[in-house]
Write a protein that binds this ligand. Structure first.
Ligand code: THU
Length: 161
């Protein structure tokens, strides 16, 4: 028997003011994207912003549906926007923010399991990691070096060969 240990580390910042300018701008863009959310059912609005390798920043938000499983998280909406407008171009950083139905948003949220899978495939596809900047509309910010850190032992196309 051999035991394996997988460790994940992330950086915690007191708030947006502790970030460098580029990271603060991207988190600000994610906060702006909250207003683009269509979330009449959960009233949980999520905004995300991606910085591509060419410097362009794109925004996405969650888009719900009366048929609940048809709804899409902000992260996957954003990944589709990025790869549709700029196919093959790496995303360097992605910031994610939100507002809950009470208007409380003072701690980071991290991507759901399905989005982790999609982020992982995107990283593999363009051969570049996505650095995650996670924060509410106020409060602490977490930075994770690569999205795949959140999905150890991920299933990928390599497993199908
Ligand atoms: N949601 C996201 O957009 N991203 C996440 O990381 C977590 C959840 C959305 C899905 C749904 O529209 C709402 O938030 C409540 O789950």
């Amino acid at each position: 028997m051999q035991q394996h240990l997988i460790q994940v580390s992330f950086d915690e910042y007191q708030d947006i003011n502790a970030l460098n300018v580029g990271d603060a701008n991207l988190l600000h863009a994610a906060r702006e994207a909250i207003d683009l959310s269509y979330a009449p059912y959960s009233r949980f609005q999520v905004g995300a912003a991606a910085r591509l390798i060419n410097g362009i920043i794109l925004k996405g938000s969650n888009q719900e549906n009366a048929s609940f499983p048809a709804g899409l998280c902000a992260e996957r909406v954003l990944l589709s926007i990025c790869s549709s407008l700029y196919p093959g171009l790496p995303i360097i950083d992605m910031a994610i923010s939100y507002n809950n139905q009470l208007g409380v948003s003072n701690k980071p949220i991290s991507p759901c399991g399905v989005c982790r899978q999609s982020l992982s495939e995107f990283e593999n596809r363009v051969n570049h990691s996505i650095r995650l900047i996670l924060g509410g509309t106020q409060g602490k910010v977490f930075i994770i070096d690569r999205a795949t850190d959140l999905l150890p032992l991920a299933f990928s196309s390599a497993d199908m060969k």
